[in-house]
Design a binder for this molecule. Structure first.
Ligand SMILES: Cc1cc2nc3c(=O)[nH]c(=O)nc-3n(C[C@H](O)[C@H](O)[C@H](O)COP(=O)(O)OP(=O)(O)OC[C@H]3O[C@@H](n4cnc5c(N)ncnc54)[C@H](O)[C@@H]3O)c2cc1C
Length: 373
């Protein structure tokens, strides 16, 4: 029997993890990725909780540790730049004794792509342009590659998933703005505090500098409603929104805003959750942020890895019954993602309190909570 073929859209965190475990389960995966090759950049993300056993099974713990950031605590900074309190970073362990790892998202994707090398055919610099399915397969056209037919299609292409749009409907039906925005950019200078994430809050606004692995990342995270005409690809609009939001802020904010104007490497987006009544339609299913984004507030990358493992395991158990496998995957993995989505409001309150009293209370509460974690 020829192995069933699976097209995965997206080589971020979920896509390569899925490809590896699908290949082990007797499937033939192909990944299509819009970017043109392996890149290493991005915001720090965590491999923790249910992702740790997945990383152990992939055999990538040494690579993850080698790419880990050096941050061990968060240092709260007041408007004059004085330290106003220290909050330890959480640190959990797997049953096998491995500690959670924080590393740049780009490095995590690169390590996972390397782990999946040889397991999947990779189509870089391309994207799906149309999908049509019948009872025996899925026909796909691409921007560059020739049209092909696959047994199954998985959308692991992130918050702004093309598969979700083409198969399930327009983004506005499933993506909810959480009243928070995030902008990040790298700082081309060594961190003053190589082990501390510096955090400066004013009501409804946070600026942080994360030491990362030597090239610090600045994040502006702030509360605000959806902007009329928001375009997630319009960098000039993004720079305007952030500059307006931080008018009058102290500490290093004026200098960081000047750098923001000049940076060629700005990430900006609405902090959003993705919610769909069902993650599958026929032979197509969604995974990672495309299915259940929690954005900043939750363990999105860990959930993406755990979900990929759950989906691959379900498909390997019922290779000729994708409908049952998709149901098993969704029932098992939704319990994880629903819990994280429900907790997002609390996480936002902790990260960006709305009032001065809220900021002071957060600083005390975080120290107590995290010292017990
Ligand atoms: C600022 C910020 C901070 C975060 N902090 C944390 C954190 O501290 N801890 C944590 O666990 N998580 C964090 N996250 C979330 C985490 O990054 C995501 O949840 C995780 O990357 C989701 O993995 P994914 O594979 O589903 O999607 P992604 O990692 O987004 O990968 C999607 C891939 O699909 C590709 N793609 C997109 N569109 C197409 C297309 N049309 N065709 C082909 N390919 C396409 C993209 O190029 C990308 O490679 C953060 C996210 C952001 C934005």
């Amino acid at each position: 029997m020829t192995p069933p073929t699976v097209l995965i859209s997206g080589a971020g965190v979920a896509g390569p993890t899925l490809a590896h475990f699908l290949a082990r389960g007797g499937f033939r995966p192909t990944i299509v990725e819009r970017a043109s090759g392996l890149r290493s950049s991005g915001n720090p993300v965590d491999v923790r909780g249910p992702a740790l056993p997945v990383a152990e099974e992939l055999g990538i713990m040494p690579q993850l540790r080698a790419a880990a950031t050096h941050a061990t605590s968060m240092l709260v900074i007041d408007a004059k730049g004085r330290p106003a309190g220290r909050i330890p970073m959480p640190s959990s362990k797997s049953a096998a004794g491995n500690s959670e790892v924080e590393l740049p998202r780009g490095d995590l994707a690169k390590i996972l792509q390397e782990a999946a090398r040889g397991d999947a055919e990779l189509l870089w610099d391309d994207t799906i342009t149309s999908v049509s399915q019948d009872t025996s397969g899925v026909d796909v056209t691409f921007e560059r590659a020739a049209p092909r037919r696959f047994d199954l299609l998985v959308g692991a292409d992130g918050l702004h998933s093309a598969v979700r749009r083409l198969v399930f409907g327009p983004e506005r039906e499933f993506v909810r703005h959480m009243g928070v925005w995030v902008a990040t950019m790298p700082l081309d200078e060594p961190a003053d505090h190589p082990r501390d994430v510096l955090m400066h809050n004013t009501p409804g606004r946070l600026v942080s500098i994360h030491p990362s692995t030597g090239r610090p990342m600045v994040a502006f995270i702030f509360r605000g409603p959806m902007v009329d005409g928001f375009d997630h690809r319009d960098t000039a609009q993004h720079k305007r929104i952030v500059t307006d939001a931080y008018a009058g802020a102290g500490w290093r904010v004026p200098e960081l805003l000047a750098r923001l104007q000049a940076t060629p490497d700005l990430y900006f987006d609405s902090v959003s959750q993705v919610r769909l009544p069902s993650w599958s339609q026929g032979r197509v299913t969604l995974l990672g942020d495309a299915a259940s984004c929690v954005s900043l507030f939750g363990d999105g990358s860990s959930l993406a890895m755990a979900g990929a493992h759950t989906l691959a395991t379900a498909l390997a158990a019922s290779p000729s019954d994708h409908a049952s496998a998709f149901m098993v995957y969704e029932a098992a993995h939704r319990t994880r993602t629903d819990a994280k989505q429900r907790a997002a409001g609390l996480a936002a309150t902790m990260l960006i309190p709305k009032t001065r009293l809220g900021i002071a209370t957060r600083n005390v509460a975080a120290r107590v909570l995290l010292s017990r974690a």
